[in-house]
Design a protein around this ligand. Sequence first.
Ligand code: ZN
Length: 198
Amino acid sequence: MKPLSSLQNLVQALRHLPGIGPKSAQRIAYHLLQHDRDGALELSKALSDAANRVRHCVRCNTFTEDEICDMCRDPERDASLLCVTETPADQMMIEQTLTFRGYYFVLMGSLSPLDGIGPKEIRFDKLIERATDGVVKEVILATSFNNEGEATAHYIGEMLKALGLRVSRLARGVPVGAELEYVDVGTIARAFLDRRLT
Ligand code: ZN
């Protein structure tokens, strides 16, 4: 079989992007090669740099280029509070509310049995280890208010309560079905302050 041409190869590779099918991949490839070679080179460098350098913080599991991320190294935070989010974007949203000064754990996803995402895939083992360091007193579940987020919060909540931790969940006010990242900062701030024990 003839090896793929560079162009075919590029179209194939672009299909790794979420939501990009064959047609869109071809359109992107043509666009970059015809109109934006500099952009294409910049993209290729940024992708390879990020893919080679970015890893997971050993404490909170978020993306970082160091062993421990900046936020986990901040000594001014309240170590008795641990907030669990699904994504780094959700974590940033909560930071922007300026209502929370504890530490975070980022799951990098939510439970979704239909997609084959179970407790192992979202690093519950790492979360348990982090939450049971003897210093954390309350775990705040800030997963999204859609089915996956609720199921994840329930599962984690039960597990951590069984280990003797206080567990709270963001209050409603965040619309049902909402992905946290897309909720306005004020609503999240309110939900944080009104959080309730589960
Ligand atoms: Zn960290």
